[in-house]
Design a protein around this ligand. Structure first.
Ligand code: LLP
Length: 390
């Protein structure tokens, strides 16, 4: 349903803005937490998906941990009140300053992505007179069958420690006395809709985990990353992703040792469906090739996913009930890639109509920029709407 349900109270607001359905967010979180807790799994929210303070606060209240990929994300999580023991810190390029800050906060673990990074974390920890808890992020060479820009677990991706390098990494551990290896970390990609990918991941992890056990290395935690897809085509079909099926795969396929805990880092599946980008139609025009174009006041600076990945978000006209027409919907930015959709059907659309670009809660606002010196879009929450007509 998205913003449509609240249209009466949205009509006068300045556009573009992100609209968040807070009830949907809360029920999504409740479902994810209850499905995960059947098996004792722990979820860390991937802050990169959306760091809006109210969203983050709601997620903290639901009892999730945080998954961060920069020092500033670690700081944001700490400032939002996430307990340090629920914070993990990944990323291929952590700077010494970021490592120092996170170590100072005594976070749960660093997801360490290379032999060189292990040396750096060890050196910082030594300087600070501490031991850093580290999970080794292993690149398991699993094809997530998703867009190549968001594939992270294939052999030639920049992420994780290659399995060809594990021997060398293990050998170096004796020397790196300021590291405590607490687990293994995997994250093979995002927007993964095919459960076989996660089954395949489990098989690889089972093999890697036994390899460590044979070498006498006890791992307290397995972190399986994130990646569960959302339905962009039809957001109302399954507004809450199928967390039951997702966690059941790991319960069925992942072998664990007694006392070993299993962690996940979910982003998109928790916040994707609760957000719509609401925009207003500015102008219509017909090109020489007879394409009917609607120019809206949101652009790729507000939601870059269509321009960057060719992503398709469902678009709805919230205020017109005219005859269906075929349109191309574009933004005002000086780039031809600033196109939200081509050849889609909408009710006849005129200047002033409000449009919702659906499933924009994840990697929408978080990737917004000020290109063309545009203002950043605002945020409107379903439980804090200006009073007016419903
Ligand atoms: N953990 C790590 C180490 C990650 O790199 C990511 C996402 C996640 C967890 C969360 O994955 P999720 O559950 O959200 O799939 N901007 C792109 C998505 C980039 C994902 C980057 N990493 C998009 O708009 O599709």
């Amino acid at each position: 349903m998205g913003a449509r349900k609240y249209i009466g109270r949205l009509q006068e607001l300045p556009t573009p803005f992100y609209f968040y359905d807070m009830d949907l967010l809360r029920s999504t979180l409740a479902t994810a937490v209850s499905e995960a807790s059947r098996y004792g799994y722990r979820i860390h929210y991937a802050l990169k998906a959306n760091f809006d303070p109210r969203i983050v606060e709601t997620i903290r209240q639901a009892g999730l941990g945080a998954d961060c990929v920069s020092g500033n994300e670690v700081r944001a999580a700490i400032e939002a009140g996430f307990p340090a023991e629920g914070i993990v810190f990944a990323g291929v390029g952590k700077t010494d300053r970021e490592i120092e800050y996170a170590l100072g906060q005594d976070i749960f673990s660093f997801n360490c992505e290379s032999a060189a990074e292990m040396e750096a974390i060890n050196a910082v920890a030594e300087r600070m007179g501490r031991r850093a808890r580290v999970a080794l992020r292993i690149n398991p060479d699993v094809d997530p069958m998703t867009h190549r820009y968001i594939s992270t677990g294939k052999a030639d991706n920049k992420f994780g420690i290659s399995y060809t390098e594990i021997d060398r990494v293990i050998a170096s551990l004796k020397r790196l006395s300021h590291l405590e290896i607490v687990g293994l970390h995997f994250h093979v990609g995002s927007q993964i809709g095919c459960m076989e990918v996660f089954e395949h991941l489990c098989e690889r992890v089972n093999a890697i985990r036994s390899w460590f056990r044979e070498r006498g290395i006890v791992l307290r935690h397995l972190n399986m990353g994130g990646g569960l897809a959302v339905d962009y085509e039809n957001p109302d079909r399954e507004p809450i992703p199928d967390f039951a099926a997702y966690f059941a795969v790991f319960n069925r396929r992942l072998e664990t040792e007694p006392g070993q805990t299993v962690h996940f880092e979910l982003g998109r599946s928790l916040v994707g469906q609760c957000g719509d980008l609401v925009t207003r139609a500015l102008y219509g025009k017909t090109t020489a090739a007879r394409t009917q174009v609607v120019i809206v006041d949101a652009g790729m600076t507000d939601l870059i996913r269509p321009a960057l990945y060719g992503a398709r978000h469902r678009i709805e006209n919230l205020t017109s009930s005219g005859k269906p027409r075929t349109y191309t919907v574009v933004g005002p930015i000086c780039e031809s890639s600033d196109t939200f959709a081509t050849g889609i059907e909408l009710p006849e659309t005129s200047r002033g109509d409000l449009l919702a670009i659906r499933t924009a809660g994840a990697y929408g606002m978080a990737m917004a920029s000020r290109y063309n010196l545009r203002d950043l879009p605002g945020a409107v929450y379903s439980d804090a709407l200006p009073t007016g007509r419903q």
